[in-house]
Design a protein around this ligand. Structure first.
Ligand code: F58
Length: 790
């Protein structure tokens, strides 16, 4: 497509879709017009992909996920279609800032963190690899909350990404299914008839997802809920306006908001409704599509692969059995076998509090037929394995991980370490009974968004050096390796990073009114705030460093900017305290004339995909400091390494594999291993002992306790400190000295700028394996049994 074509398409939409004259168009109008013009270019490859899939009678992949953290779509689509230069030129002609147009798009935050972002990277890779696939999820009206700080405290506000025209989606009023809840079950022998007590309509909204080079597009189909009956006209006419709208409001609550919880699951009835709502609608849609081509439901596994992204869609197991058995008369055992051959399940956490359980009482009242089927699935499995001790049902709860395991033909972890721990811990018994079921698929990230688009300076350098085939084949980055010996290349690499840092420094000044030295080390920890991720260890180290600099300001310190970003779940009191503490430390440290040229602390509010795209290219040091055994994989760690940041990290999640690939000498390792952490936790008073053994840590904690950072309110961080002293489940104190030492090593290396740049280049050159294209190929071969369509 030429520049003229793009201009024409955009002007057409400006006029006929938006009713605007270019002379009066606002940035928002340009953005919508450009999006519609770009979307037009996606429709043909999208249709072609659908036709090729039907024509070749290919198997399709269905990725069921409660969350898709997509971020902005416009730049991504433009980049994948190869229209970036053309678009920039067109806007230059109209004297409109292309950057402003891109920045006008709301950030679609239909996810909490890593799990949702992984789903979004997978969509990009599935299309890039021409793998016939659908993403299925919920079209939340409000995504993850917007975060603000008031006096250093997190305040949540609703996110309204849909308040303006959403240019990417196609509403599909005809693709609608009635989804029931509650009611009665009439058993007729083995089969049963479920009469739901209430129901809502699930309505589809499709967004085409174009792959790299624009050859293939898949569909992201998101369901929104609407009432079966609009409103009660009779009551309305009687003047009972609010009451008349009640059924509508109730139905719509199902797709109203994303649950803002990361890692801790609260047993809320509405959440279970959301889970069943989108899973049931998706399965109905999958069977409808299958039936449009084939008659024999027993052949379903030949044409359908359904991936459960964590246990949120775990009800797919019993629901599919219900559809096959109750509604289509297939024998129960056969129905289970067919369902299992279609289904596979990805686990994203081993933390017991995050493994979903639903009480049998709640499940039984909301989904009475499913509860019965779960009992039968559990009993059948127990009969087949008489030595089995664990059951799907335990203490009046249904354990969704076990249910998913039993109903899936493959179960995968998201990094090598995590998969091993799955085999040894949560699923040890099930793994013994089904030793071939668990497989590993180490996470990856899309190089299109996380290098090509977000880091144009580095991308351009890579293109100049090795050509641009790396975008579709990230392991080609290894061709950069010989250039590490080329001083010109190293200088260019360093210059790209320096410019990215200068740009971020300007942004921080503009938005946070904090002046940071762009020459200082940019030390970045960006992720959800959680005790296991140990942002509090990082801020303790910051305090200790500040104290050390004050003791001896002229000791040749490496200047640092500590940058934090991340949201805390609204109900997670301790995580919110950690945010407050970081902000309090920032306020004091940033205004300290003794240290201010050497240390700055910045907490950037409202972390989201767009902010990540700004921060990652500017990072020198990547903080991946979770307690070993707790972070299933991490994906930010991959994005940062790919963009040339060096990692300071524990042997946790995918850090282990990152270190193996980039080389131990290019990684700052510290802390206990996962088994050491387990052993340490068993030592009585481990925290107290660690604090006693570490004067540096003791002094940092004492400063918090004395109210140094909360003048006049020394009690403010009492809970944080008490937790560290008396419980410290996540072993902040026990790992602290090792972390502090590793940080000082990083300081020393940073002063040897040439050495740092070499290490940084090697991180980029050796991170190619962490492409989500590689991950998706793994799923295609090991789990789904599907092939790319060329
Ligand atoms: C994350 N999980 C893991 N869960 O923590 C991270 O290590 C991994 O890299 C990533 O998945 C992708 O595999 C995660 O993000 C959630 O956000 C859930 C949202 C719904 C409630 C429970 C947590």
């Amino acid at each position: 497509m030429t520049k003229a074509g793009l201009r024409q398409g955009m002007l057409h939409h400006l006029k006929y879709s938006l009713g605007k004259d270019p002379a009066h168009a606002q940035v928002r109008d340009w953005r919508v017009a450009l999006s519609l013009a770009v979307r037009d270019r996606i429709v043909d490859p999208w249709f072609a992909a659908t036709r090729a899939t039907y024509g070749g009678r290919h198997k399709r992949v269905y990725y069921l996920s409660m969350e898709f953290l997509i971020g902005r779509l416009l730049e991504d689509a433009i980049v994948n279609l190869g229209l970036l230069d053309e678009a920039e030129e067109v806007f230059r002609e109209y004297d409109v800032s292309f950057g402003d147009v891109l920045a006008n798009e709301p950030d679609a935050a239909l996810g909490n963190g890593g799990l949702g972002r992984l789903a979004a990277c997978f969509l990009d890779s599935l299309s890039t690899l021409a793998c016939p696939a659908y993403g299925y999820g919920i079209r939340y009206e409000h995504g993850l909350f917007r975060q603000r700080f008031v006096d250093g405290r997190q305040v949540e506000e609703p996110e309204t990404w849909l308040s303006d025209t959403h240019a990417w989606e196609f509403q599909r009023p005809e693709a609608a299914f009635e989804i029931g809840f509650g009611g009665e079950v009439a058993e007729t022998g083995s089969r049963a008839l479920w009469q739901p007590g209430e129901s809502v309509i699930a309505e589809a909204h499709d967004t085409p997802i174009i792959g790299w080079r624009g050859n293939w597009a898949n569909t992201l189909r998101l369901w929104s809920a609407r009432p079966t009956r609009l409103f009660d006209l009779e009551r309305f006419n009687r003047g009972e306006f609010a009451a008349a709208a009640e059924p509508e409001a109730l139905a719509r609550t199902i797709s109203r908001v994303l649950y803002p919880d990361d890692t801790t699951e609260q047993g809320k009835a509405l959440r279970l409704k959301q889970e069943y709502f989108f899973t049931a609608a998706s399965l109905r849609d999958i069977l409808r599509r299958f039936r449009s081509e084939y008659d024999d439901l027993r052949k379903l596994p030949l044409k359908v692969a359904i991936q459960l992204n964590d246990t949120h869609p775990a009800i797919a197991g019993p629901e599919l059995v219900r559809l096959l058995h109750d509604e289509n008369g297939i024998d129960f055992d056969d129905a289970v076998a067919i369902a299992r051959a279609c289904l596979s399940y990805t686990n994203h956490t081993l933390m017991p509090e995050a493994l979903e359980r639903w009480s049998e009482a709640l499940l039984g009242s909301l989904l009475p037929r499913h509860m019965k089927l779960i009992e039968r699935i559990d009993d059948t499995h127990a009969r087949q394995h008489p030595d089995r001790k664990m059951r799907i049902r335990e203490d009046g709860d249904v354990r969704m991980g076990e249910l998913s395991f039993v109903m899936a033909h493959k179960v995968n972890g998201v990094s090598a370490l995590h998969t091993d721990l799955m085999r040894q811990t949560v699923f040890a018994e099930l793994n013994r009974l089904h030793p071939d079921r668990i497989v590993n698929e180490t996470n990856g990230v899309t190089p299109r968004r996380w290098l090509l688009s977000c880091n144009p300076r580095l991308s351009a350098l890579i293109d100049r050096t090795i050509g641009n085939d790396w975008v579709g084949d990230l392991e080609r980055l290894s061709e950069l390796e010989p250039h590490v010996e080329d001083s010109g290349f190293r200088a260019d690499f360093a210059a790209a990073k320096a410019e990215n840092k200068a740009e971020l420094a300007r942004f921080i000044l503009e938005t946070e009114n904090i002046a940071v030295d762009p020459e200082a080390m940019f030390d970045i920890q960006i992720k959800r705030i959680h005790e296991y991720k140990r942002q509090h260890m990082n801020i303790l180290e910051t305090i200790a460093l500040w104290q050390a600099i004050r003791d001896n300001p002229d000791a040749g310190w490496t200047p640092r900017v500590k940058i934090f970003a991340g949201k805390a779940a609204p109900g997670y009191v301790l995580a919110k305290k950690i945010i407050h503490l970081i902000n309090d430390v920032a306020r004091l440290v940033n205004s300290d004339p003794v240290t201010s040229s050497l240390l700055k602390v910045v907490f950037m509010p409202n972390y989201n995909v767009t902010l990540a795209e700004r921060l990652i290219p500017a990072a020198d040091l990547s903080e991946q400091i979770s307690t070993a055994g707790k972070e299933a994989s991490g994906t930010g760690n991959m994005k940062l390494a790919l963009n040339g940041a060096l990692t300071i990290g524990t042997r946790d999640g995918a850090n282990v594999e990152i270190r193996e690939r980039v080389g131990a000498e290019n990684f700052f390792l510290f802390g206990m291993t996962a088994p050491e952490a387990v052993a340490r936790r068993a030592v009585p008073d481990h925290a107290t002992r660690a604090i006693e053994a570490s004067p540096v840590l003791a002094r940092a904690i004492a400063a918090i306790e004395a109210g140094v950072f909360s003048p006049g309110d020394p009690e403010r961080y009492r809970d944080v400190v008490e937790n560290l002293r008396w419980s410290d489940y996540f072993l902040v104190c026990s790992d602290f000295d090792s972390y502090y030492a590793s940080q000082r090593e990083a300081d020393a290396v940073f002063m040897d700028r040439d050495r740092w740049i070499r290490m940084s280049v090697r991180n980029t050159a050796r991170s190619g394996w962490f492409s989500s294209d590689r991950t998706i190929r793994g799923y295609m071969n090991d789990i789904w049994g599907v092939q790319s369509i060329v």
